[in-house]
Write a protein that binds this ligand. Sequence first.
Ligand code: ADP
Length: 391
Amino acid sequence: MVSEHLTEQLLAAILDTAVDPIIVIDERGVIQRANAATTNLLGYRTVDLVGKNVSMLMPEPFRSEHDSYLSQYLKTGKASIIGVGRDVIAERSDGTTVPVALAVSEVWLDGDHRFFTGIIHDLTRRIEAEQALEAANRTLEARVEDRTQELRALLVELERSNRDLEQFAYIASHDLQAPLRNVRQGLELLNEHLGRTVGVGFDDEATELQRLVTAAVTRMEELIRGLLEFSRVDRHPSAAGDPVDLDTLVDELRELLHRDIVDADAALTSEDLPIVHGDRVQLRQVLQNLVQNSLKYHHEEVAPHIEITATEEPDAWIVAVADNGIGIDETQHDRIFELFRRGHSGFEGVGLGLAVAQRIVERHDGRIWVESSPGRGATFHILLPKPGAGS
Ligand code: ADP
């Protein structure tokens, strides 16, 4: 057992070495003890505090209210701080204030002496940290808002320049058709005229030049027709929600491409095709472009075999057009969908079929991609969302 004297010393030492200020008052609010930490935080020497009313450590209006608060508590036992604890403001000897957490407990000695002990914890650092955090949050929010605004503005700008570009492509290709038609007619008239006047006197070089110019005009016609077709995809009135029976669509395609299929000795098969939702004219265009490519990019000695199938996903249909042709190198799988991009030389074409197909599929909120390796055929997949999917 520790002696009473030692206990007293121990308690005094605990009080004086405590980091937080501890103040003991009596029932009238008169300070009985104050530890060293009180001086550090509030600037008063202990001797200046003992015997004074604790309200001197509070700013107005709490200073004036404290006495009545205390007597009210003694009468009614209703406390708002005692036994609860609160964040309050304390006033230092120099009149400045400091935010503190105040915890007050009630102590009875000898059964009839009542005291109150207040432990005060300086909140300055915590509040500063909270304020710094709030300020950082506000800065961050402001930056996010700024970036969002910038991105929104960019998006508007991008949409506008996209529209301008589409408009330009449409107008340019549309308006270029008329002069090109004149060139074509002029060329034909010139050829006729030279045939009549120079006739057999035409030498090989003149014939070759004639062929080159005609080929260049034909290519330009193809390019302009393609560009017009491409820029018309979005101008086409949308019927993207209509039911489209793919079986019927493929039958129509067989008729439409009958000549090409026969010429290539090709087989176009299909199996259990579903009803999808979309614009029938545009979806037929997609399948037509894919099938025409399969008819074109085949091995020389192998007749093309093209198979159209479909698989169901919870939210979409995936239609596949597979062939046994020359295939495409993996490095080209994304690029072949770009406008005027060609993956194989030595075949006719301008590099537009897949760009148009992609534009149409994206207009249907779908996706198109290819799986293939060189020499082993190609399978184009078209994902078409079911109505209501993703919305
Ligand atoms: P084009 O056929 O006029 O070149 P496309 O846009 O239809 O234009 O096709 C782009 C490129 O994709 C083609 O040049 C070709 O290299 C490749 N490609 C398309 N379909 C196939 C296919 N079924 N098999 C192999 N390559 C293909």
